[in-house]
Design a protein around this ligand. Structure first.
Ligand SMILES: Nc1ncnc2c1ncn2[C@@H]1O[C@H](COP(=O)(O)OP(=O)(O)OP(=O)(O)O)[C@@H](O)[C@H]1O
Ligand SMILES: Nc1ncnc2c1ncn2[C@@H]1O[C@H](COP(=O)(O)OP(=O)(O)OP(=O)(O)O)[C@@H](O)[C@H]1O
Ligand SMILES: [Mg+2]
Ligand SMILES: [Mg+2]
Lengths: 227, 227
């Protein structure tokens, strides 16, 4: 479902150049559960932004469901993001002036669901991540791990075929982290494609396949449980 | 050096009440290395904000270096925070429009250091956390783990006697995380008081003592290595 060829991302800062991605070829099959590991600053979030159609590469190609993403209009990209992809950002990206409930309802505005349906589905998503009693809190009235889980609930509320989660358990204790990993197992069992960036080898071990990114390149690609 | 008695923090939201801290008694000796663990939402960051003089309790007392903090003026609190305490926020709290270098120089503005001295000390702090080649990047030009390390460098640049770090390794790979833990060991060996909130039992095990917070109370208090 995901095919990248020669993805390059270069940031230019005055005279210097940062090659955040330096030629990435990555194939992900439909329904695969993939984990991405690698040192801080190695390019994982940059790669996730490409996969999530949030940013475009300097060079290279990305085909999603057989369609070359660079050929899509902005409106088409927005539609793809909204309907096919659930994205959990490393820094959550919640809207600070809205409650958890409203933050999670937002992706449903384009889904054609009624107002009552949106309320119900968002509330359910928040309950799934253990925040049923925090729906009326705004982000600054939530703990770090609670904000992280609101970001996850928002990514799941539209029932996406592809879940892209950038370090989704970093702010969670072991018990809650395990609940989230069981949730990922369940989503995977339902046939969804799951891609998780993590620094935690125990989280990576839950995937069927782990790739390792170093200096903007994939240097290792193998089965999950060996970590 | 830190003594809290009966710390209570209540957030009122309309008719409901959230007891984020529900009677915390915590003594930390000068030069102690303490780790704080506990479930997501249990009150750890709220407690750290009290200890860091960033917020005041609803009830209870907090003596820092023998002085009752609730009796200090805002100006005195700011001086205490600037000179005695280095605080690493769970969500970093960097100024988005300034580079890493400038973000780290900020606490030195009140220290009486010359401009060249501030530049040198901030650059050194960034090198210590492995970001010597990222000093001119702004926060949105940095990875998640790099932002986390800028927040750490900023907390250390003023040479504080007390380091309060709220989940300082959550966005770091194992290797960089270990470097940061070695840095904490070194700071501790220099006689500083180090308090680290973490969800990672391996990070907690580096401390000499671990307390566990559940539902706004301390429920366990023991030696570090048993985790
Ligand atoms: N806008 C930008 N301008 C310049 N450099 C950038 C920009 N965004 C990211 N970088 C650099 O690109 C590299 C890759 O960043 P990325 O966020 O993908 O890393 P990462 O693997 O997700 O790291 P972490 O594990 O710390 O989250 C980093 O070294 C970072 O400094
Ligand atoms: N301004 C606020 N208004 C209402 N409730 C709040 C507010 N700030 C925090 N809370 C609640 O207080 C509780 C404690 O929050 P705190 O941030 O201290 O948790 P934590 O232990 O740091 O969690 P985590 O491990 O997820 O970071 C949480 O349940 C949170 O929802
Ligand atoms: Mg990242
Ligand atoms: Mg916290």
């Amino acid at each position: 479902v995901i095919e990248t060829r020669g993805l390059i991302k270069i940031y230019r800062m005055g005279p210097t150049e940062v090659r955040a991605l330096d030629g990435v070829d990555l194939d992900v099959r439909r329904g695969e559960y993939l984990s991405i590991m690698g040192p801080s600053g190695s390019g994982k979030s940059t790669l996730m932004n490409m996969l999530g159609c949030l940013d475009s590469p300097t060079e290279g190609s990305y085909r999603l469901d057989g369609v070359e993403v660079s050929g899509l209009t902005d409106a088409e990209l927005a539609a793809v993001r909204n309907r096919k992809i659930g994205f959990v950002f490393q820094t959550f990206n919640l809207l600070p002036r809205y409650t958890a409930q409203v933050n999670v309802e937002l992706p449903l505005l384009y889904s054609g669901a009624s107002r009552a349906e949106r309320r119900r589905r968002a509330h359910e998503a928040l309950q799934t991540v253990g925040l049923g009693d925090r729906t009326d809190h705004r982000p600054n009235e939530l703990s770090g791990g609670q904000r992280q889980r609101v970001a996850l609930a928002r990514a799941l509320v539209n029932d996406p075929a592809i879940l892209l989660a950038d370090e989704p358990t970093g702010n969670l204790d072991t018990r809650v982290g395990q609940e989230i990993l069981r949730l990922f197992d369940e989503l995977h069992a339902q046939g969804r494609t799951v891609v998780v960036v993590t620094h935690d080898p125990e989280v990576a071990a839950r995937a069927e396949r782990v790739v390792r990114v170093v200096d903007g390149r994939i240097v290792e690609d193998g089965p999950g449980a060996r970590f």
